[in-house]
Design a protein around this ligand. Structure first.
Ligand code: HXC
Length: 261
């Protein structure tokens, strides 16, 4: 599939790389770009051999500098609500992918860009990255999940502060408040992302998928229901050849050969 606003590549077997590719607008998300991200998520979801999705931004300045302000400037209430819902649907697709999705935040992640990172399972940030929800500077509230995912990730008091002041957070503070998992030198971020992707791809593929399902679906359940889900998924792992192979390999003191079956 050819895209105008994003790139979807497979740098190595099982590893997908989605790059938001509008560097002239600091990778701002317009409707067409959102739709292409949604189509890319569908492509990845349909590939049984997919193991990891990395998400990044083109150029050396921005991950994504937000939703496209030029497109939003004359929105009616109806168009505004529809645009917000469109972004939320697309980001929910990324979140619902069965495989881990890692944001490689190579620069500004503002507004919709911070929300895109929040919809990923975890974030690796370049040392020059900056995060923020500056929507209040434009007279709007966040609209691609920021008011919901940010408090769930960093706690409601910290999230409220960032959402109502629009204050930007540099990479080291983002690490301290749990918004990102790791900070690396900007020149190293792709190498680091691929290293982690390879590590994930070396593990049991079904085990990784069931683990993500337990964490993501369990977050919307009460503890007893979520623990029952965990037990069901553990049981499902025990139906796989990978579980037999993984445990046999341990006992035979050799590396496992997982086949995703
Ligand atoms: C459209 C954008 C843009 C955006 C940058 N550009 N951000 N275009 N939408 N969100 C464009 C600029 O207009 C400019 O185009 C070019 O990218 C380079 O940007 P500069 O501002 O010249 O770069 P710089 O001075 O380095 O400043 C970088 C920046 C700044 C601090 C990131 O661009 C900025 O503050 N951007 C807006 C950030 C923001 O408010 N994001 C939240 C958007 S609201 P030209 O043509 O002049 O070269 C949002 C809501 C989501 O995300 C929910 C919706 C429902």
């Amino acid at each position: 599939m050819t895209f105008q606003n994003i790139l979807l590549e497979q740098p190595e077997a099982g590893i997908y790389l989605l790059t938001v590719n509008r560097p002239q607008a600091l990778n701002a998300l317009n409707s067409a770009t959102l739709d292409e991200i949604g189509a890319a998520a569908d492509t990845v979801a349909a590939d049984e051999n997919a193991r990891v999705l990395l998400v990044t931004g083109a150029g050396d300045k921005a991950f994504v500098a937000g939703a496209d302000i030029a497109e939003m400037r004359n929105f009616t209430p109806e168009r505004g609500e529809a645009f917000s819902a469109r972004g939320s649907r697309v980001f929910a697709k990324l979140e619902a992918l069965a495989i881990p999705v890692i944001a490689l935040v190579n620069g500004y992640a503002l507004g919709g860009g911070c929300e895109l990172a929040l919809a990923c399972d975890w974030v690796i940030a370049a040392d020059r990255a900056a995060f923020g929800q500056p929507e209040v500077n434009l007279g709007v509230s966040a609209g691609f999940g920021g008011t919901q995912r940010l408090p769930r990730k960093i706690g409601s008091a910290r999230a409220m502060e960032l959402l109502v002041t629009g204050r930007q957070v540099k990479a080291d503070e983002a690490l301290a408040i749990g918004l990102v998992n790791q900070v690396v030198a900007a020149a190293e971020i792709m190498r680091k992302g691929l290293e982690i992707a390879r590590l994930i791809a070396s593990k049991g593929p079904l085990a990784a998928r069931y683990t993500k399902e337990a964490v993501v679906r369990g977050a919307d359940m009460d503890l007893a229901e979520a623990l029952a889900l965990e037990s069901r998924l553990f049981g499902r792992c025990c139906a796989t050849q990978d579980q037999k192979e993984g445990m046999r390999a341990f006992l035979e003191k050799r590396s496992p050969k997982f086949e995703g079956k």
